[in-house]
Ligand binder design. Structure first.
Ligand SMILES: [Zn+2]
Length: 354
């Protein structure tokens, strides 16, 4: 007999078992029903099968019945705060929580969340942001939203928003360094009550989120802050280009016969005042990790502040004058962590949603 268990699916069944009322067992009389009552139902194994409902191709979606009473055979998932989940929920178990999404990492299409790839969200809540914070617990948690997690249109809209959003995650899976949204995980948009309800005993989030400092414990795809001295410039990454001041499209065309005038095909207009974009990656000396190479891709504002103190000539900026300057604290996303053959940490400066 072929025995194939989908671990994601069965961790979901396990999280819903046992139900609120003892289930009836087929083939047993009412008299023997007591064998599965409160005193013994713990011995009843969780079902080893389940049905997956999916719409037929071309039939649209599955309708969710609103205001229907929920069966007692269903054990509703319990909401926990993120600190509780970090400390008490074992790996590969399901958990449910609501959290503030303060950063999203979308690969490829930064301007528009597309649902054709896994992507990362960084979330936090008031228990991770509190002043009396346990240093063993992270300030933010990385959530991987896989292709198996079906997202509703209002969730997609909210995640595409420029502001941070409060999202409820139901039946997500705890993994080693992150939380994973897979089959059976349901995301929904919450009213941001942590901010508006002042009577709540947990402190409201005010938008000034605290991140962990970069350390030897910092994980891939997480957030951290870093502060250090510039000790090198990756010259191969240093360049600037001009974009349309309306749509930031970088593919501007020279219009023939009109001098130096540039034209944006996306806006179908001439670009009178193009914007200059810059890219630069520098190496930081970071006292906490003296033996690690820390490379950081900077945002434009940080590049400009470095260049402000540099000499420039017609040919561009003198990169050596950037060396020795102090940077930070900067909020960063961890793009790579390597320990062999040497410790190397690749960061990208980011702006948190607020
Ligand atoms: Zn344009």
């Amino acid at each position: 007999m072929l025995s194939l268990r989908s671990s994601g699916l069965f961790s979901l069944i396990d999280s819903l078992w046992p139900p609120l009322i003892p289930p009836k067992v087929h083939g047993q009389s009412q008299g023997s029903q007591e064998h599965v009552d409160l005193s013994t139902d713990m011995f009843l194994p969780a079902p080893s099968f389940c049905y997956i409902l999916t719409p037929l191709p071309g039939e649209g979606g599955v309708d969710v019945l609103q205001n229907e009473s929920v069966s007692d055979l269903y054990q509703p998932s319990t909401l926990h705060d993120l600190k509780h989940i970090c400390q008490h929920v074992p790996e590969r178990h399901r958990c449910s929580f609501s959290a503030e999404v303060i950063y999203r990492r979308l690969q490829g299409q930064p301007a528009n969340l597309q649902m054709n790839k896994d992507f990362w969200l960084c979330v936090t809540d008031s228990t991770l942001q509190s002043a009396s914070h346990d240093s063993e617990v992270p300030r933010t948690i990385s959530v991987c939203v896989t292709l198996f997690c079906v997202l509703g249109t209002n969730v997609i809209k909210s995640l595409n928003d420029e502001a941070s959003s409060n999202i409820s995650f139901k039946n997500a899976i705890v993994e080693k360094d992150s939380i994973v949204c897979a089959e059976g995980t349901v995301l929904s948009v919450q009213k941001s009550m942590l901010r508006s309800n002042e009577n709540q005993e947990i402190s409201p989030l005010n938008g000034n989120f605290i991140l962990d400092k970069l350390s030897a414990k910092t994980k891939l795809n997480s957030l951290c802050t870093v502060q250090g001295t510039v000790v090198g410039v990756d010259e191969s990454t240093a360049f600037s280009w001009i974009v349309c001041n309306r749509c930031e499209n970088g593919k501007l065309e020279k219009k023939h016969g009109e001098g130096e005038l540039l034209y944006c095909r996306q806006c179908a207009q001439s670009v009178m005042t193009p914007l200059t974009k810059m890219q630069l990656e520098v190496f930081l000396q970071y006292p906490v990790l003296p033996h690690s190479t820390v490379k950081i891709k900077l945002q434009e504002q940080s590049i400009l502040s470095l260049l402000l103190h540099s000499s420039s000539d017609e040919g561009g900026y003198e990169m050596s004058s950037v060396l020795g300057q102090e940077l930070g604290p900067l909020s960063c996303y961890v793009r790579s962590v390597t320990n062999q053959p040497a410790s190397w940490i690749g960061l990208e400066e980011i702006r948190l949603l607020s």
